[in-house]
Design a protein around this ligand. Structure first.
Ligand SMILES: [Zn+2]
Length: 253
């Protein structure tokens, strides 16, 4: 009985906090960033849980101390912010992979829980003469269009990096057992020919091994994507320099 009263009290207290969540500076930083980046979905926070527009909830921090690999394989929402995405860092240090950890259930919830569900939200975007598919959800496709407009201003010599892009594909991360951001229609790979991927240069290495950083994609391209809410695989120790991913929560203040 006593437990039940406590539970009821906690529940009503939770509702009170929820009403003030939008302006409460005591919210975890990551929650504030999620609310600002995904206003259509993330509506509030109470009792350690993020509240969605459909009334469902998701634990923000599971409280577990995770190793690098555990964080990559089963990130909660809080783990996505464990390494801050610093646009001043150009050559990443050991295991510096900002945004590479994704809370899969969060992305499934917003973009679709299956290949066909994700596909129902895809729209066509003009990519330098190529038609590519991208998620309309959260303004991702519109942000990609803004990227195209800005990339078009670069000298013609940059075009070779951009041609032959690929986007949606419901698949696991290369060499790993977790879903790639391409599965949600929020990632684009630019020209593979001028790109580098850590596993291609270091076959057989594990994620904990030391590798040598490599990148040929010009910084101007990277910075244009970032201005529109995309993170870049050029920033990662586990470099994937063709890869750009719509993750506005990592770029908002
Ligand atoms: Zn990619």
């Amino acid at each position: 009985m006593k437990g039940r009263i406590v539970a009821i009290l906690m529940l009503s207290f939770g509702c009170v906090t929820l009403g003030y969540a939008q302006t409460d500076m005591s919210l975890p930083t990551g929650v504030r960033k999620l609310m600002s980046a995904y206003p259509d979905f993330v509506k509030g926070y109470a009792d350690g849980k993020v509240r969605f527009s459909d009334g469902s909830e998701m634990t923000y921090d599971d409280g577990e101390e995770k190793s690098y690999e555990e964080r990559m394989n089963r990130a909660d929402l809080e783990d996505m912010f464990s390494i801050s995405y610093d646009t001043a860092v150009w050559t990443p240090s050991y295991l510096y992979d900002p945004g590479r950890a994704r809370c899969e259930s969060f992305f499934r919830k917003m973009y679709g829980n299956s290949s066909s569900e994700v596909q129902s939200h895809l729209v066509r975007v003009d990519w330098f003469g190529q038609k590519i598919s991208f998620a309309s959800v959260n303004g991702a496709a519109d942000s990609l269009k803004a990227v195209v407009a800005e990339l078009s201003q670069l000298p013609q010599s940059y075009r070779k990096y951009l041609s032959g892009a690929s986007t949606f594909y419901w698949r696991k991360v290369r060499g790993m057992d977790r879903l790639s951001a391409h599965s949600f229609g929020i990632a684009i790979d630019i020209n593979v020919k001028y790109s580098d991927f850590w596993l291609w240069s270091n076959p057989g290495k594990s994620e904990k091994d030391q590798i040598v950083y490599k990148n040929r994609i010009p910084r101007e391209i990277v910075e244009i994507f970032e201005r529109h809410g995309f993170i870049s695989g050029t920033r990662w120790y586990h470099y994937d320099t063709m890869h750009f991913e719509f993750r506005p929560e990592l770029l908002v203040e």
